[in-house]
Design a protein around this ligand. Structure first.
Ligand code: BGP
Length: 462
């Protein structure tokens, strides 16, 4: 069978500034730079964001590698803590402006559409320390200043912008479960930060609209359907809550222009309602995006709570229990990684049926493997990571099925281009089209990249 994709489909890769650039020439540290400096033991093998792909120096060679594997688009992010010299005024740093200009020009000259994100978990450390990061409304204004600077500087050449990548992740990581700085474990603060992130997003979108540039702006959300253990009403209720708290909490305000009343009820019942003004709510619900980016890796499976909830602060798990499907398929090369290609179809159906069939693209999908499991370099110089290819095909077949039924999807970006640094996981899980040798910095192509090249060039899966 041949699966053809829509014309002008985006086939690309996704990455982010803090995970690839390296920390050289930065005037300000981000929370990741300083957290790693103070607590290297929190990071897998102690490796931090200095030791990454060195994109800062190697972007020309790297864009040539993108071209080499047929990518027609590429997402990365601008680091707030690199671009901005003065956070209060939003004044840019000259050297950083030169770097981003050259990097984006290089892509454009090679026929690769840059899609640029503004926030990929990388709060400037100074703003976290002084104001509590997105705990503070003032920081939402500073974010909008940063965004406005980026739009003014690069808005002529960048046609696709996103404000935030997976905005719920810094909320979970930093305020519920302790895998992002500042590890506070405070449900009420989590709700406040979530609200303020949406406010920061809406303020940035407003700046973009005011500049009247020729381009589009959106947001990237990680969406995970919740599948139930059984068909019981209790299990379905549990899934409904998981969906409310993890998907609808951001999707509904940002796409449907409304905060779900049930979300407010849940927060109120747990004494977690954030402090908000009517004007700020109105700003969020009146702002609109041109497209949605969707990241998907693993499905969520839930059941009604059976064991007592034992945290002394609120987290969404108060309303459900995660469970592992004994019959599930698992990726042997990554912990807790159930494989469920069907989820792609279900996400697409949800967007089509419940979110006005807004235009969207798959902004991250990837198959994690640890270094050893990717296999040796073959005689032709290619690393044998064939395991990925079959799984990617299964996911894309589900996407194709959804598109055939009307899903408004315009592209696929695989995570990631060159193996990159992944927060506290550092280089534990590899995802790249190219392997990064951490010692020599050398990039080595993997079989999956050649498979993707054929896909991108023919616009079909055969
Ligand atoms: C996504 C993030 C990326 C990336 C990826 C892999 O959630 O947007 O930044 O890191 O996950 O993550 P991990 O290394 O945890 O598997």
């Amino acid at each position: 069978t041949t699966y053809s994709f829509p014309e002008n489909f985006f086939w690309g890769a996704a990455a982010s500034g803090p995970q690839t650039e390296g920390t050289a020439d930065k005037l300000h540290p981000s929370i990741w730079d300083s957290w790693h400096a103070n607590h290297p033991e929190r990071f897998f093998q102690g490796i931090g964001p200095q030791q990454v792909c060195d994109t800062l120096y190697k972007y020309r060679e790297d864009v040539a590698l993108m071209k080499n594997i047929g990518l027609n688009s590429f997402r990365t992010s601008i680091q707030w803590s690199r671009l901005i010299e003065d956070f209060e005024t939003g004044q840019a740093n000259e050297q950083a402006v030169r770097f981003y200009n050259d990097y984006f020009d290089e892509m454009i000259n090679q026929g690769i559409e840059p899609m640029i994100n503004l926030y990929h978990f990388d709060m400037p450390e100074e703003l976290q320390t002084r104001y509590g990061g997105f705990e503070s409304v003032h920081v939402t204004d500073l974010f909008a200043r940063f965004a406005a600077t980026a739009f003014r500087l690069f808005g002529e050449k960048i046609k696709y912008w996103t404000t935030f990548n997976e905005p719920i992740v810094p909320v979970e990581g930093g305020y519920l479960y302790d895998f992002h700085y500042p590890c506070k474990k405070d449900g009420k603060l989590a709700a406040q930060v979530a609200f303020n992130i949406m406010l920061a997003h809406a303020k940035a979108v407003k700046c973009y609209r005011e500049l009247d540039l020729d381009g589009e702006i959106g947001v990237v959300l990680n969406l995970t359907p919740s599948y139930t253990r059984s068909d019981s009403a209790e299990d379905h209720k549990a899934a409904w809550y998981a969906d409310l708290l993890f998907n609808r909490s951001f999707l509904d305000p940002l796409v449907k222009h409304q905060f779900p009343p049930e979300l407010c009820e849940v927060l109120a019942a747990n004494n977690c309602l954030p402090q908000v003004s009517k004007d700020d709510i109105a700003l969020i619900t009146s702002s609109s995006i041109d497209f949605l980016g969707v990241n998907y890796y693993v499905p969520r499976r839930v059941q009604a709570r059976e064991t007592p909830y034992n945290l002394d602060y609120f987290t969404p798990e108060f309303y459900f229990e995660n469970y592992v499907d004994p019959d599930g398929r698992f990726n042997p090369y990554r912990d807790n990684n159930e494989i469920l290609p069907q989820a792609i179809y279900d996400i697409a159906a949800n967007i089509r049926n419940n979110y006005g069939n807004i235009k969207w693209y798959l902004a991250e999908i990837g198959i994690a493997m640890d270094l050893e499991s990717e296999g040796p370099v073959l005689q032709d110089g290619v690393i044998d990571d064939s395991f990925r290819i079959g799984l990617m095909e299964e996911h894309l077949i589900q996407l194709h099925r959804a598109i055939a039924e009307g899903a408004n999807c315009f592209g696929v970006h695989q995570w990631t281009f060159i193996d990159n640094w992944s927060w506290i996981n550092s280089f534990k899980r590899r995802y790249g089209f190219y392997r990064l040798d951490l010692v020599s910095g050398q990039r080595q192509i993997k079989r999956n990249a050649l498979w993707f090249k054929a896909l991108a060039q023919s616009n079909q899966l055969t």
